[in-house]
Design a protein around this ligand. Structure first.
Ligand SMILES: [Zn+2]
Ligand SMILES: [Zn+2]
Length: 299
């Protein structure tokens, strides 16, 4: 069933995506505490011991709050840009310097058999990046915290079979919601977050460039709803010409629990049941969060 990707947590209360190939386990961001991280991996039959590398997209707390503890506890190396390292250094606490690996946007590096390409993302952080992981069965991209779907992000993700893409807010809900005006401006700004509509256009572009599965991620709890995000993104796909005769799936990452496992092996892109069988994707595109949480209460 390798390779696969799975969202361990998604949203402003914590983000982490785990990608497993035949020889490597890679976690992108660690915005959950050490115990939650271990339990989340356990719930999908993995363990922190199987994590060969942690990759950090940027210094915001929802992406790095558990990093220091997880690195110390399991001796996992961390890959991040120099500027991001300077920004998180104090919060990481005491970690061995040998575990720190500095990377540069646009310069690929290897983790075991996996070529990893970091690419710059437009966000209000010192040096934020997204990641593209090349695997034998197709590439997997992760790009959240995007003020807009920039040319660099397009290039970084073009042709990825699976993309974990931000779909942060619904403009009406943000506008009428409880956030102060400065925060609303920040979220909607070109270095803030991606709206459902922008995610719809981005998903449509991605599908036209070879993506077969889009996992909507980093949904705002106050300014979005998973069903709404899914509806809006879906509504953009036929309009933009995506999907004519092309099989693709759109899923939504749950906030407080793990998503399904997403695989692109043997040209079959879809969600895998824990017993290893493939489930039909579209029916599972959306799970009510409440049902989902009941089902995985142990995480
Ligand atoms: Zn951020
Ligand atoms: Zn974030």
């Amino acid at each position: 069933m390798y390779p696969f990707s799975v969202s361990l947590r998604s949203g402003s209360s914590g983000n982490s995506t785990f990608i497993r190939t035949e020889s490597a386990g890679i976690a992108i961001d660690c915005g959950l505490n050490g115990r939650q991280f271990a339990l989340a991996l356990q719930s999908i039959g993995q363990s922190p011991r199987a994590v060969d590398a942690l990759l950090l997209t940027h210094e915001h707390t929802d992406h790095c709050s558990g990093l220091g503890v997880v690195m110390r506890r399991h001796h996992i190396p961390l890959y991040l840009t120099e500027k991001t390292y300077q920004a998180v250094k104090d919060d990481l606490g005491k970690v061995k310097e040998s575990l720190i690996h500095l990377i540069e946007p646009g310069r690929a590096f290897m983790i075991r058999d996996v070529r990893v390409l970091p690419f710059s993302t437009p966000h209000d952080a010192v040096d934020s990046v997204g990641f593209r992981l090349e695997t034998a069965d197709g590439d997997i991209g992760v790009a959240t915290d995007l003020g807009h779907f920039s040319e660099t992000v397009r290039q970084g993700l073009a042709g990825c079979k699976i993309v974990h893409l931000e779909s942060n807010y619904e403009p009406d809900m943000l506008e009428t919601g409880p956030y102060p005006a400065f925060l609303k401006r920040r979220i909607a700004g070109s270095r803030g977050h991606l709206s459902n509509q922008e995610a719809g256009l981005a998903a449509s572009w991605l599908i036209r460039h070879g993506t077969r599965l889009v996992v909507l991620s980093h949904l705002s709890e106050e300014n979005n709803h998973p069903r709404r995000a899914l509806e809006v993104v879906r509504s953009y796909l036929p309009e933009a010409g995506a999907g004519t005769g092309v099989d693709f799936q759109i899923h939504v990452s749950p906030r407080h629990v793990c998503s399904g496992l997403f695989s692109c092996k043997d040209h079959l892109v879809g969600q895998i049941a824990p017993n290893g069988t493939n489930l039909p994707g579209d029916q599972l595109s959306w799970l009510e969060p409440d049902q989902d949480e009941d089902r995985r209460e142990t995480v």
